[in-house]
Design a protein around this ligand. Structure first.
Ligand code: PMV
Length: 313
């Protein structure tokens, strides 16, 4: 089984988590770490769905997300018309993507599953069809996913993503130089469903407040798109700082994230923000040189259980 063809990537949101749910454009970068999936049909065990999860994870992640993960797998299989009641299935998930809230591990899991089914059943699905299966699976994690995670997991690279009333629109972006980053986990796993739901409740309780936040973000992301085109890392970092402030106003950051963001900036990062669901999960820091990247990673290692260095090519 060509397991390397089932790879789906993790992602980090540079701009726009939560607001992307309400059709604001977001910028997202896929990381090179991936999840893969091995599928075996168990002809003599109809009704059996066995999931072996060998993915590395921050402590408690898989435990916390188990129920949602099972639902996501079921929804993906259902969308693809695969019924374990007819023929048993054993799925083995692996790869080097460390499951942490914010890295898009759930989307990477269901996209790799869709790729595995595609290969095992010789279906010739297009990348768009794989992405669509991933989107269905993501609904298991939370009811109203924007689709940003599965799109990044499927296509990789740096993407501008926007939800619409119809299919989402996305386009690949390129940055003139490599974007060197550090990302770190708080070790806390928040439920995306709950946090997205809290934001919705706050929006419904005070539409004027939300509209103000949206206006501020829209001008910020417009500027960010321009800065990406120009390849100005310093300006990009400043805009990420501003996006973090917006997320603080939305109450989706938390002390642990704010402390990591502050420490990264103090160690020389040109910008830092939380990334993903928030209230735990991950933060990302922009580091212009290898020296600064090392310094920021060392500073974060004193506070965070897990720290990674990577580049968006
Ligand atoms: O924490 P993650 O990787 O699941 O990212 C969620 C991103 C949100 O904008 C909060 C939700 C969404 O569906 O886009």
């Amino acid at each position: 089984f060509p397991i390397d063809k089932t790879r789906a990537f993790g992602k980090l949101i540079l701009f726009g988590e939560h607001l992307v749910v309400y059709k604001a454009p977001a910028l997202v970068g896929a990381v090179s770490a991936y999840t893969d999936c091995q599928i075996e049909y168990l002809d003599d065990a109809p009704g059996k769905l066995e999931v072996i999860d060998n993915r590395p994870a921050v402590p408690l992640y898989k435990e916390t997300k188990k129920e949602e993960g099972d639902e996501a797998i079921n929804l993906t299989l259902k969308h693809l018309g695969v019924d374990p009641a007819v023929r048993g299935i054993r799925l083995t998930f692996g790869g080097d993507l460390c499951c942490a809230s914010g890295i898009g591990a759930s989307a990477a899991q269901v996209v790799s599953l869709a790729r595995a089914v595609n290969i095992a059943d010789s279906r010739n699905l297009t990348e768009d069809e794989i992405n669509a299966a991933g989107y269905e699976g993501e609904k298991g994690y939370h009811g109203t996913p924007s689709g940003i995670d599965n799109t990044a997991a499927t296509f990789g690279g740096l993407l501008r993503f926007q939800r619409t009333d119809g299919a989402p629109i996305f386009e690949k972006k390129s940055f003139p130089s490599a974007i060197r980053i550090v990302y770190a986990s708080t070790g806390i796993t928040a439920s995306t469903t709950k946090v997205v739901g809290d934001v919705r409740a706050m929006k419904e309780a005070d539409e004027a407040w939300f509209a103000e936040i949206m206006t501020e973000y829209m001008s910020l992301v417009k500027e960010a798109e321009k800065v990406v085109e120009e390849g100005d890392l310093i300006k990009l970092g400043k805009l990420m700082d501003q996006n973090h402030s917006i997320l603080q106003k939305m109450t989706v950051s938390c002390k642990e994230l704010d402390d990591l963001v502050d420490a990264a900036r103090a160690a020389g990062a040109v910008g830092a923000k939380m990334s993903g669901t928030g209230r735990g999960g991950l933060m990302i820091a922009l580091t212009p040189t290898e020296e600064i990247q090392d310094a920021v990673a060392s500073a974060l290692e004193k506070l965070a259980p897990q720290v990674w260095k990577t580049t968006f090519a």
